[in-house]
Design a protein around this ligand. Structure first.
Ligand SMILES: Cc1ncc(COP(=O)(O)O)c(C=O)c1O
Length: 412
């Protein structure tokens, strides 16, 4: 029966009732859950002199007992809580995870590469990263995304250049040179058998301890996943609002690090207002960017303007658009293409407006802060810009499109 643990000065006293902690031989067995002896019951009691018990999940072992979880809400002081929580063996846990995330045909996560286990898994249940990775608990990681369309990776090299630039700004040294990262991503796409979707990949300072300094992180890591997704040209107009969430300082906004909390809040703020996303305006009143897209405007004089400053993330799509849009200038559809600061007043007075980002790649914007942009309809020039980008994705030069070697990977 119960063994009282030494009470911590500010925590609850804790005792085990019913059964003791699973013995090591039990941990090694891999029976089905129904065949297993019942898990231990924990009794967690808090005395009135204790601080309120906040929900916690402790992995640390205390006097040989481990893994306790409470569902008690912060501030609740109910005295004693009885709960049962299983302690799984490795094989039981894998079985449990596979039951939750089945790798059935429709699952969107098709393949993951991890330098931590140095290989690829096709099982979504095992697409995990270590909890002590500095990226997980301190945000010390960078990421990037590449579109996979019709069996080709679009503009992979531009994304890899930015990826390594972000890593260097974040003070993470890649475990592999660019050529190897590229090869790993191509092989991963091949192994996934996925022909349309996105590749998302991360460089992290790696696992080590849970400290602030990365000095205990043994090796930086590279993780990548292929997510199946269908794409089609965005022809409907979206609404946006001006964000009230503070922008990240330029140093952190200009690298694609994993600290996207302001971006998440900015998106949530927009959704709450019935809009698609928010637009950041910088401290000088110039247009910055959206939470995961750059913005572009077409003035009433048919100038394409991209406000690409050092205060934001410079998109690979926006850079490509600068080159491709010159075709529309040659055809006489656009008067000019340029990057410069754009004030809110000028932006709101534009004829057309759009988001520009890898997985869109163009999304027309027709309303901002409940005011129409231009005539409030999807603009013809926005659609012409969208077409040139789609043309590039579907049949652009080989330098921009990498054919995925599906057959080669299947033969391995
Ligand atoms: C903050 C931010 N700005 C701009 C972009 C557009 O970049 P890209 O065109 O390379 O996707 C992104 C893309 O995710 C982003 O997260």
């Amino acid at each position: 029966m119960g063994r009282a643990l030494q009470p911590k000065p500010t925590a609850m006293s804790l005792s085990l009732v019913n059964k003791p902690f699973f013995s090591p031989p039990f941990l090694l067995c891999s029976k089905l859950a129904s065949q297993l002896p019942p898990p231990p019951r924990l009794r967690i009691s808090s005395s009135s002199s204790c601080l309120p018990f906040t929900a916690c999940a402790a992995a640390a072992t205390m006097n040989g007992f481990s893994n306790f979880i409470s569902h008690q809400q912060p501030g609740e002081d109910k005295g004693t809580v009885d709960l049962r929580v299983p302690v799984y063996s490795s094989s039981e846990l894998v079985e449990k995870l596979q039951g939750k995330i089945r790798p059935e045909k429709g699952h969107p996560y098709r393949a993951m590469y991890s330098s931590f286990f140095d290989g690829i898994t096709l099982d979504p249940a095992l697409m995990m990263i270590p909890i002590d990775d500095h990226m997980v608990h301190r945000g010390h990681g960078v990421f990037d995304t590449t579109m996979l369309f019709n069996g080709y990776l679009y503009d992979l090299d531009s994304h890899l250049v930015r990826f390594l630039d972000s890593a260097s700004k974040a003070k993470i040294s890649s475990p592999f040179p660019r050529k190897t990262l590229r090869s790993l991503l191509i092989q991963l796409a091949g192994a996934s058998k996925c022909t349309a979707g996105s590749l998302r990949y991360w460089l992290s300072a790696g696992p080590g301890d849970f400290l602030l300094s990365p000095s205990g992180c043994r090796n930086s890591q590279f993780y990548a996943v292929v997510i199946s997704q269908n794409f089609s040209e965005c022809t409907k107009g979206a609404k946006v609002i001006t964000s009230t969430v503070p922008m990240k300082p330029p140093l952190f906004a200009a690298m694609k690090n994993v600290n996207y909390l302001p971006n998440v809040h900015s998106k949530m703020e927009a959704e709450k207002m019935g809009a698609f996303a928010s637009i950041w305006v910088d401290d000088q009143g110039y247009i910055a960017e959206g939470p995961n897209a750059n913005v572009a405007f077409i003035s009433k004089r048919k100038e394409l303007l991209l406000p690409l400053s050092h205060k934001i993330l410079i998109g690979c799509t926006a850079k490509r658009l600068l080159v491709l849009a010159s075709k529309l200038v040659e055809k006489g559809l656009l008067k000019s293409v340029s990057t410069r600061d754009v004030t809110v007043a000028e932006a709101k007075d534009s004829a057309e407006m759009m988001f520009v980002s890898s997985l869109l790649p163009i999304l027309p914007i027709v309303e901002w802060d409940e005011q129409p942009i231009g005539d409030g309809l999807v603009g013809e020039l926005t659609l012409a810009i969208s077409s040139v980008l789609w043309e590039d994705i579907i049949s652009g030069p080989e330098t921009r499109r990498v054919l995925v070697p599906y057959e080669q990977m299947a033969a391995m």
